[in-house]
Design a protein around this ligand. Structure first.
Ligand code: GLU
Length: 460
């Protein structure tokens, strides 16, 4: 008995030291990349119990290898605006980990994009994709191009220039990009057209999120938002709660947010607020989703226009105070670090019961701690927002078979994937002594599969 305690204490210390030393080397090797450090820290903080139980992962250097991208490319993207002015943006693709399958992950167009943002997203994607149970590795790409206010022609010229470089690194069995912030069906269409033109063949499986008429999957548009609500619904059920008659605040008004609103409303919730990067609207009567869809999907307008259609609603400039609106459930679906410690404390003080992260890393590490310490149900991004990439993998499957499934078929598969992710996260948390902590559960469940695959493939 004594011997076992002694050995496990030794293992504990060795595991803690191992995790710490890998984290320090990440900071040293990637200076000034705070978002990447944050994403690595969130995972690493959960993994000590895994190394205590399975020291084999330490011996084969799984952690040192997993935090180092297999490859990152960065390239010049020159383009000409409608007035004939030349602009230069920077493009990226981080091919982070291919242990489970070809690199898979979106492309983000946003002025904040830099190496740190792309690496945090690519790193998260490894574990998220693993959790889906599908054969996809992790990657991410993007550019600091700002699509806001650009004409369709400018978007097309930029996107074609971007793909003229990116095509060298991707392919249906190598790396399959998709959308993310600033990249939707329009941009994927332009990228696909340019890829096809350069490569000279209709390789449908090279991108996901395609238009339905040329190889896209039904339900892909809805998948991240619906999936997030399915996941939160599982968390609520466990506590005897539901979306029915709950008050919900959902940040953002892009693809993820719109379809989270739709599914939450279908489940009987009252969604009272949403936002864009300029500010937020509060409609105590419940948001009219048709208006949001019209403004955002058709007219490409700002969310502030909503109050012209619905005068009972209010618009507030700036986004942070959206979290001061009392609600039962909050779904951050806008961007990284949108909920800080103070916003988390405000949500808790106002009685929030559940958080589901629809965006990538929307809560800071301090905010997550506030939620966990106050027993708020917390669905971390890599589990709760995995529905998008899960349906992307279903799109790849359909492309390979040259078949198309119905909306209902894909939606049913999405629903069961989200349930499985919830269950495997719950089980992993229990197994490693963190019952009820889905952050730890999702991180461990996602990690183990990748780690096992890496071990089986040797030191590569
Ligand atoms: N950008 C989405 C994500 O963060 C989707 C990626 C994909 O479909 O490949 O998971």
């Amino acid at each position: 008995m004594k011997l076992i305690t002694f050995i496990s204490e030794e293992n504990q210390t060795a595991a803690e030291q191992y995790v710490q030393s890998v984290y320090q080397s990440v900071i040293k090797r990637n200076p000034h990349e705070s978002e990447f450090h944050q994403a690595v820290k969130e995972i690493l903080d959960s993994l000590t119990p895994v190394f205590v139980k399975h020291p084999k992962y330490m011996k084969s250097g799984v952690l040192e290898r997993i935090v180092e991208p297999e490859r990152v490319v960065s390239f010049r993207v020159p383009w000409v605006d409608d007035n004939g002015n030349v602009h230069v943006n920077r493009g990226f693709r981080a091919q982070f980990n291919s242990a489970l399958g070809p690199y898979k992950g979106g492309i983000r167009f946003h002025p904040s994009v830099n190496a740190s943002i792309i690496k945090f997203l690519g790193f998260e994607q490894i574990f998220k994709n693993s959790l889906t149970g599908q054969p996809i590795g992790g990657g991410k790409g993007g550019s600091d191009f700002d699509p806001k206010g650009k004409s369709d022609n400018e978007i097309m010229r930029f996107t074609q220039s971007f793909m003229t470089e990116l095509y060298k690194y991707i392919g249906p069995d190598a790396d399959i990009p998709a959308g993310d912030i600033g990249v939707g069906a329009r941009e994927i269409g332009f990228m696909f057209g340019q890829y096809k033109r350069i490569r000279g063949g209709h390789e449908a499986g090279v991108l996901t999120g395609k238009g339905i008429v040329y190889g896209g999957s039904l339900t892909r548009t809805e998948a991240t938002g619906y999936g997030c609500v399915y996941f939160v619904n599982e968390m609520l059920k466990f506590k005897g709660l539901s979306f029915q008659d709950s008050t919900v605040v959902i940040s953002g008004s892009g693809n993820v947010s719109i379809y989270a609103i739709e599914k939450a409303q279908q489940l009987g919730a009252k969604v009272i607020a949403c936002s864009d990067s300029n500010g937020y609207i509060h409609d105590p009567n419940g948001i009219n989703l048709e208006t949001v869809k019209l403004l955002k999907e058709v007219e490409r307008q700002r969310i502030s226009e909503y109050v012209k259609h619905h005068p009972q609603a209010t618009y507030t400039e700036g986004c942070q105070n959206i979290w001061s609106i009392p609600c039962d459930i909050a779904l951050p679906c806008a961007t990284q670090n949108e909920i800080d410690e103070e916003s988390a404390k405000t949500l808790v003080a106002n009685g929030v019961k559940a958080i589901g992260e629809g965006a990538n890393m929307p809560s800071t590490l301090e905010a997550i701690e506030v939620f966990l310490n106050n027993e708020v149900l917390f669905g971390p991004a890599k589990a709760a927002n995995a529905g998008g990439v899960a349906v992307s993998a279903l799109e790849m499957a359909q492309n390979s078979m040259r078949l198309s499934w119905t909306f209902e078929e894909v939606d049913a598969k999405l629903h069961s994937i989200m349930k499985n992710i919830y269950e495997s996260s719950v089980l992993a948390a229990e197994e490693y002594g963190y019952s009820g902590n889905l952050v730890v559960g999702a991180n461990i469940a996602g990690f183990i599969k990748v780690a096992d695959a890496m071990m089986l493939q040797g030191i590569v």
